[in-house]
Structures are given as C-alpha cells and as structure tokens.
Ligand binder design. Structure first.
Ligand SMILES: Cc1cc2nc3c(=O)[nH]c(=O)nc-3n(C[C@H](O)[C@H](O)[C@H](O)COP(=O)(O)O)c2cc1C
Length: 373
C-alpha cells in the first residue's frame, strides 16, 4: 500500500483508490484512523470480521480470512468440546494471526466449550443465539479472553455493556441465517449513537466497501460479513451451494414463513427452494391435524421444529440445495463469482477507499461552487 502524501489539489484521477488522497492524507491512512478502534480490539490489519457460519466457517475459511488481514471466526454450531478443540488446533496450524470462536448460548455444554477456548488461549469468544447467561460472560473474561455479543435492541445493548461484554455486534435482518425483525440501517441509528463504552461491529447486508465506509463514518468500530465469504476459494461449501449463491439475487434470500402464531417458527433467511415450499405444506398439514384434535400442540410444534434438522449440513456439505437450508443474506446478489478470500478483502478495502476519495472530491466541489456563487 502506498503511503505517499498528496496535497489536496493534486490530480488524482489516474491513481488507484489506494494511492489517492483525502484532503492532505492518503485515503488508506484515513481509513485506518476510522477503524482504528476495531483493529485494536481484534488485533488485525482490517476491522472486518468474517461472521461465523455453521459448516462453512471451519479452519480453512477462518484461517484464510485472518491471513488476509481480517478476523476469522470459527463456527462451533453443535460441536462437542473435543471436536472444537481439534478445530481450533487445526486453525492455528494454518494461521498465526488472531481469530475468534463463536459459541451458541443454548448449547448444553456451553461451559465445557468455554473451557476448551480458555485451554486453547482463544483471544475472542463470540456468544450467539440469545442473551448469554452472566456466568458464561464471567467465565470467558476470567480466562482472559474478550467477549463479543449480539445486541438486537438498544436496551439489550445497554444491558450487555453492564454485564461486562467487551464488544457488540449489531446484526440487521438483511443477514443470512437466524435473524431478528429490524433492518441494519435502523438498528445502527438506534444503537450506535448511544453506546460508546465498547466497540461496535455492524453486520447484515454488507456486500461492498462503500457500505463499510458508511458504517465507520456513523461511528462503528468495524463490520462483520458472512454471505460475501461463502464463495471464497478457501470455503469448503459444496460447489452446488456456491453456484446457488452465484445465481441468486437479493430477492431470493427470504425469511422462513410462519403460518400460525400458535406455532412459532424461528426466522431464518435462506434462498427460497423446494425445502422452503415443502416447509409451508408441512406446517399446513400439522396445523390441520392439530385443529382436528389429532395431535397435541407440543408434538405439532416439535414436528415443525424438526423439519429443518440437519438441513444446513445437507446443503453446505452434501450440496442438496433443493431440499437443504441454503442460508444466505440479501447481499447474496453481490456474490458474482468464486474469488480468493484475499481478493474479496482487497476488493472491499479498495471500494471503501474509492468511496472515501469520491466523497472528499464531492465535498471539495461543493465548497468551490459555494465560494464561486
Ligand atoms: C450459511 C450461514 C450460516 C450462519 N451460521 C451462523 C452461526 O452458526 N452463528 C452465528 O452467530 N451466525 C451465523 N450466521 C450469521 C453470520 O455470522 C453473519 O453474522 C451474517 O452472515 C452477516 O450478515 P450477511 O450475511 O448479510 O453478511 C450464518 C450466516 C450464514 C449465511
């Protein structure tokens, strides 16, 4: 990366974004100042987290993201402690850079998984899947690791800060996988201005560097992307899973549909397929049987919940993208080909730099036209 300092009026049109200046400083210097807090927290060159994706975020993708300057996060899903230990060791063999581990709070062996992270000296643990118990946060902090949690609303963000978390992720409903009801753009405005105690990373619907820059300019410390990394060359996702991403547009990534409020469905954003259509039929059938008194409410709920059991693995690993769960965010439309992780990260940074330069030029043009009028 160039560090040449160009004066504000230096012609910059023929340069790459990396070499361009914003005012008196190279754009990269300004970007590094904007995400300084995130980089310091993660210990990385770029404040870009690769959001943990069950079955996708294993050692290869996680190490590739960290080696590319970002922050890879291992997805532990429903792993047993010994499997997680082996995955952490495998990741360490592929990278010497920092990476984190994502744990699901409802896991029955959460405490054992935290112990594995402590033994393996994992620096950052991301707790997902609902408000974590205070004991889990304390256990992680006692191990010396930093705790990152998801804040789905301002009141919960404040609560988590009081509970001692070290950073927050704000994830909007544009994201792939399990989602809340509120958009990234709204959550960002609701939470960012009011939480200064800890760094905040924005997730959900981020597919390009321009959006990363916008988050940083609003006060975020960094960002978290998932969907954009699925088709990385290093990702072990099945070729058919990757092709489904490459073919899809934003409108194909839709939340799961709940037919009856008596039978709640956990909202998950995934590509519409035969599985999601069949899911509606199954719900309809179960509800009719319940209405006719042929099945108890608890059994009906279980039948609905069991429909997707093992479905993500079926899609990611086995490549059954018609009947499996092809979890994807709306940014899937910006995934157009398989690329190396390093290339994806460079592209994101270049887009952020390009946007920064363009905005600087627009501001200067506005100032000049003001002065001339
Ligand atoms: C296939 C897939 C699986 C995911 N699995 C998990 C998971 O196991 N744990 C988790 O915290 N988030 C999970 N996520 C969410 C990502 O970590 C990340 O926050 C999200 O993808 C960011 O939004 P984006 O998809 O718009 O980039 C998953 C997302 C996808 C697309």
């Amino acid at each position: 990366m160039s560090s040449a300092i160009a004066p504000a009026d230096t012609p910059t049109a023929d340069k790459t974004p990396v070499d361009k200046a914003v005012g008196a400083l190279p754009a990269r210097v300004v970007l590094d100042r904007l995400w300084r807090r995130g980089r310091a927290f993660l210990g990385t060159e770029l404040a870009i987290m690769g959001g943990a994706m069950t079955w996708v975020s294993e050692r290869n993708l996680v190490a590739a993201i960290s080696n590319g300057g970002g922050f890879g996060v291992l997805a532990s899903g429903s792993m047993k402690p010994e499997i997680l230990a082996a995955e952490i060791e495998g990741t360490k063999a592929l990278t010497s850079k920092p990476f984190g581990v994502n744990l699901i709070t409802m896991h029955p062996q959460l405490s054992d998984l935290i112990r594995v992270c402590a033994e393996q000296e994992v620096g950052h643990v991301v707790l997902a899947g609902g408000l974590p118990p205070a004991s889990a946060i304390q256990q992680i902090k006692d191990s010396g690791a930093k705790v990152v949690c998801f804040a789905p609303a301002l009141v919960l963000a404040k609560k988590l800060v009081r509970m001692g978390v070290d950073a927050l992720v704000i994830e909007g409903m544009e994201a792939g996988g399990h989602i809340g009801p509120v958009a990234t753009s709204v959550l960002t405005q609701e939470i960012l201005p009011h939480i200064t105690e800890v760094p905040i990373f924005i997730a959900g619907g981020i597919g390009r560097g321009e959006a990363i820059l916008a988050c940083l300019e609003m006060g975020a410390a960094g960002v978290q992307l998932g969907t954009r990394f699925v088709c990385a060359t290093e990702s072990i996702a099945h070729e058919r899973f990757k092709q489904a991403f490459i073919r899809a547009s934003a409108r194909d990534a839709v939340p799961s549909v709940q037919l009856d409020s008596r039978f709640p469905v956990i909202p998950v954003r995934a590509l519409a397929n035969e599985g999601s259509r069949r899911f509606l039929e199954v719900q309809r059938d179960v509800i009719e049987r319940f209405n006719r008194g042929e099945i108890a409410q608890k059994d009906a709920q279980l039948e609905i919940e069991h429909f997707w059991a093992g479905a993500l693995r079926r899609a990611v690993i086995e490549g059954d993208v018609e009947h499996g769960s092809v979890m994807a965010g709306q940014s899937v439309g910006m995934v157009t080909r398989e690329q190396s992780t390093a290339e994806i990260l460079t592209e994101l940074v270049d887009q952020a730099l390009g946007a920064m330069v363009a905005r600087g030029q627009a501001r200067r043009a506005a100032q000049w036209s003001e002065a001339g009028s």
